[in-house]
Design a protein around this ligand. Structure first.
Ligand SMILES: [Zn+2]
Length: 90
């Protein structure tokens, strides 16, 4: 059902926001919604800790493993440089 799709989309959005806030990924300054992996292990840990806190706050909304997997996917799935930017970034 589309309900499950909506839930998945929301989970991915939440995971992305969590990774962004933890500064594990950043948005390209030139391209909206293009996310770059900051390759910062401490930030990954911050993002995972934030995911655990979020799960504690809303245990019925997210399965912990599912949420943590989605956060890792948002980080690991992000490239190290924006694929839309020509040449070097920063
Ligand atoms: Zn870009």
């Amino acid at each position: 059902m589309s309900n499950e799709m909506d839930r998945r989309t929301e989970l991915a959005g939440t995971a992305n926001d969590t990774a962004l806030k933890a500064r594990a990924i950043r948005e390209c300054p030139n391209h909206e919604r293009s996310f770059i992996n900051r390759r910062d292990p401490a930030a990954v840990q911050t993002a995972e800790a934030a995911g655990r806190r979020l799960h504690k706050k809303q245990p019925t909304q997210y399965d912990l493993d599912e949420l943590l997997a989605a956060i890792r996917f948002a980080i690991d799935g992000a490239p190290e440089r924006c694929p839309l930017c020509p040449g070097e970034s920063d």
